[in-house]
Design a protein around this ligand. Structure first.
Ligand SMILES: Nc1nc2c(ncn2[C@@H]2O[C@H](COP(=O)(O)OP(=O)(O)OP(=O)(O)O)[C@@H](O)[C@H]2O)c(=O)[nH]1
Ligand SMILES: [Mg+2]
Length: 262
């Protein structure tokens, strides 16, 4: 078993492939989800008009996630894997995936199949037709009313604090230029739940965001990391929300990094 972090800038074969789009999926204890995720992603690639790849980032999992990722990358050249020896959180996974990609476009997706890989072509179509800075999937879950209520409450607070009107500002199922993601993630240091600020972080940079409605399925396999009543997490996010608001008022962000002016 590998005991060091993979270096995303130094892949085994010495060259990072150039594709049009890289899908980045952080994986924390998702060994049951790796294979179905890869299978659905590869089938979806057939329907995309551009050349895409999938990067799976094992985030210090305690189960067989890294082993499964290695099996998949050995079988498919459009699948690449990276490994964190220790858990770095979702944002750490996104950063490693971004560093390991050369594609001009990137898409972030959960690896537990709550977001549907089959929706990626619609995110890409919205990007192509409207040329926003960022496309964000609006998640429509069908189960777990308590979690939905908490999520809507936080969505309202985030919008109110940052003067925005996003329908699902915490959704990490997004597609954008790599420069936009890079700029957004530059804000993440010092925040434990920065993944919740992805929409407002784009907003403080005056990014134009297009929203696309998507179904949000139940976890395909594995255990939920959050309880039904994530009160502690919500309180921590509220604290970080205030911190982020103060920080972004004190230090204005560069507007619209890498924006397409054409
Ligand atoms: N929670 C968590 N997820 C991580 C971490 N690192 C990577 N991930 C991945 O990030 C994605 C989103 O995390 P989830 O735990 O599914 O978040 P969620 O959908 O709000 O919660 P549940 O599905 O109910 O657990 C998943 O694909 C995880 O495998 C980490 O440190 N913590
Ligand atoms: Mg999930």
């Amino acid at each position: 078993m590998q005991t060091r972090d993979s270096d995303p800038r130094a892949p085994n074969d010495g060259a990072i492939p150039q594709r049009d789009l890289t899908i980045i999926a952080p994986c924390f204890n998702e060994d049951m989800n790796v294979h179905p995720l890869v299978a659905r992603m590869l089938a979806m690639f057939e329907t995309l008009p551009i050349d895409a790849e999938l990067i799976l980032v094992d985030d210090g999992s305690r189960d067989a996630t890294w082993q499964k990722i290695q099996e998949e990358q050995a079988k498919h050249d459009r699948v690449r894997g990276f490994h964190h020896e220790k858990n770095k959180g979702i944002v750490g996974g996104w950063r490693t995936g971004l560093a390991g990609s050369r594609s001009p476009l990137v898409c972030l997706i959960d690896s537990d199949l709550q977001n549907r890989p089959e929706d990626i072509p619609r995110l890409y179509d919205a990007y192509e037709s409207e040329r926003p800075d960022l496309v964000q999937a609006v998640r429509h879950p069908k189960v777990n009313k308590n979690r939905i209520a908490f999520s809507k409450g936080l969505n309202f607070l985030l919008n109110a604090t940052f003067g925005m009107h996003l329908r699902d500002n915490k959704s990490g199922f997004i597609l954008c230029k790599r420069e936009v993601l890079d700029a957004i993630l530059a804000d993440a240091d010092g925040y434990r739940y920065f993944q919740s600020f992805i929409g407002v972080a784009a907003g403080v940079r005056q990014c134009r965001i297009v929203e696309v409605d998507t179904d949000f399925d139940a976890r395909h396999a594995g255990e939920s990391f959050l309880s039904n009543f994530p009160i502690q997490v919500s309180l921590r996010i509220c604290k970080e929300l205030l911190q982020y608001r103060v920080d972004t008022l004190r230090n204005r962000r560069e507007p619209r990094p890498g924006a397409d002016r054409g």
